[in-house]
Write a protein that binds this ligand. Structure first.
Ligand code: GLU
Length: 503
């Protein structure tokens, strides 16, 4: 029987979470939720030098905003905690010791100066220095020293690291759920450090131990971790633990398709590469975020899902629930996925149009209250009038502001084009027609005004254009009869009269 999956997202809190990280979290979430599995957040903070204040909260906030919250993690114990590696410090040493006892790891005393000298020496001969089977016998470690020499070094407090003893002359065949079989000659591997001289485990050891203890069934992570896969598989073997399945997601590439998408690309291209805005605690520099730029999380999620995955059909618009249903690791590509800011906008536009009108009404209400604008209109009517042309929530205001605030300035070109000598008289006559309408709905206004224009045997533009200038301030905007019915009879007449006075 296959186990219910337990997956983890394991970021290091070294700064704001890049959208590539959100994509990794999303694919983990989709994969596990499809099978009613568990999504774990583990904070990999063993490298205290790179710790950034606020980064962990940012990660949690970003996942919550995207509607892909973790099931287990800091503050949500599921019986496998603690979930911050800094709180698990005491756990790792025994595993390093176990590997030494079994002959899979060893103490190494080489100082960084000595290692640097070896590196230089090799370089001078046109070679690369790798700490492994090839030269470990010539270096200062518990494999080259006698037991008593090793012991006395340790007892005298000499600093050391614990290295993994990678096997010699073996061809490893690894399986990746996305890439298939990968063959590796172990002779090219170096003896990676598992435990540092400062008493902390390295990423490799802590990551394997935690994945094992947290009973992780599938490791889904970025392609940049693929080179670590041989070591990780060898570690599972050395511990005699069942290894989880691995899937390495393709890189997210710059819009040009050349190279990995980075922070600079966003600044250059004017698009966010972070889910939420981030203020660097040291430099106070602000990096823009999708949330603050007015994107809907649904749109961001949909866009991210298509960075490396496709459903195999023509369908592009997906809700989170639909993604959970359709997602499949076998449909994730190996090749890098090009980030497309225009396509991102398109996803936003589509989701914005499809969103529940109440959401937009709420957003507009918030904008109005922030601006201290009072109104007596039905906001649902306002939103229906403009929604079609809005892409972001701020557009709701930009497209409807003329309803709330009467124009005080008029587009010069429009005035030149449409405000003629006979316009004031026509507008005056129009106000008389309008004031006689009792049922001031768009249909009634439309019928009465249109038949009046017809009876006068003049072109529609002669009335409709100056009327639009009076109500909107320019020749743009939605249906005039709808506008009149929303702002009401008094306001309509007031605007026409005051425009007449000003022009
Ligand atoms: N801490 C690693 C990172 O920052 C986790 C890599 C993994 O998922 O194994 O991405």
């Amino acid at each position: 029987m296959t186990k219910t999956p337990r997956v983890r997202f394991a970021p290091s809190p070294t700064g704001p979470l890049h959208i590539g990280g959100v994509r990794t979290a999303l694919f983990n979430y989709l994969f596990t939720k499809k099978k009613q599995g568990t999504f774990v957040l583990r904070i990999e903070d063993t490298d205290q030098n790179r710790f950034v204040h606020g980064a962990e909260d940012y990660i949690t906030d970003a996942l919550n905003w995207c509607n892909i919250p973790f099931d287990e993690g800091p503050g949500k114990d599921g019986g496998f905690g603690p979930y911050r590696q800094s709180e698990r410090k005491h756990l790792y040493r025994q595993y390093a010791d176990e590997l030494i006892a079994k002959g899979y790891a060893y103490y190494a005393f080489d100082t960084s100066e000595e290692l640097e000298a070896h590196r230089k020496n090799h370089e001078a001969q046109g070679k690369t220095f790798i700490y492994n089977w090839h030269n470990r016998a010539k270096l200062t470690n518990s494999l080259s020293l006698s037991d008593s020499e090793t012991e006395s070094k340790i007892n005298s407090g000499e600093p050391y690291v614990i290295r993994f003893k990678s096997p010699q002359d073996e061809i490893l065949v690894l399986t990746d759920e996305i890439r298939g079989e990968i063959t590796i000659d172990t002779n090219v591997l170096d003896d990676k450090i598992l435990f540092k001289s400062d008493g902390m485990p390295t990423y490799h050891l802590a990551n394997i131990v935690d994945d094992h203890l947290m009973e992780i069934t599938h490791v889904i992570r970025g392609e940049e971790w693929l080179p670590s896969l041989p070591l990780h598989i060898l570690l599972y073997r050395a511990f005699d633990w069942e290894s989880p399945k691995f899937a390495h997601l393709p890189l997210i590439l710059k819009p040009t398709g050349k190279g990995k998408l980075g922070k600079r690309d966003g600044i250059k291209g004017g698009f966010p590469v972070f889910p939420l805005e981030w203020k660097d605690p040291k430099t106070e520099e602000i990096a823009s975020g999708y949330r603050e730029d007015g994107y809907l999380p649904e749109a961001v999620i949909n866009m991210l899902a298509f960075l490396g995955w496709n459903p195999g059909t023509e369908q592009e618009l997906f809700s989170l629930e639909e993604l959970v249903k359709e997602f499949d690791l076998t449909r994730v590509n190996k090749a890098g996925a090009k980030f497309d800011p225009e396509k991102t906008k398109w996803f936003q536009q589509q989701h914005f149009q499809n969103a529940d009108i109440n959401l937009h009404v709420e957003q507009l209400k918030n904008i109005l209250s922030k601006k201290n604008i009072s109104y007596s209109f039905d906001l649902e009517e306002v939103v229906s009038l403009i929604q079609e042309r809005a892409i972001f929530s701020n557009d709701l205001w930009d497209l409807s502001s003329f309803l709330f605030i009467a124009p005080s300035e008029y587009d010069e070109k429009a005035v030149k084009k449409a405000w003629k000598e006979d316009t004031p008289d026509l507008m005056h006559e129009l106000t008389r027609i309008l004031s006689d309408i009792n049922n001031f709905t768009s249909d009634t206004i439309s019928n009465i005004v249109k038949s009046w224009i017809k009876s006068k045997e003049i072109g529609f533009g002669k009335i409709m254009m100056p009327l639009r200038i009076s109500l909107v301030g320019s020749l743009q905007g939605p249906d005039l009869f709808e506008i009149m019915s929303i702002i009401g009879k008094n306001e309509t007449i007031k605007r026409i009269e005051s425009t007449k006075e000003k022009l």
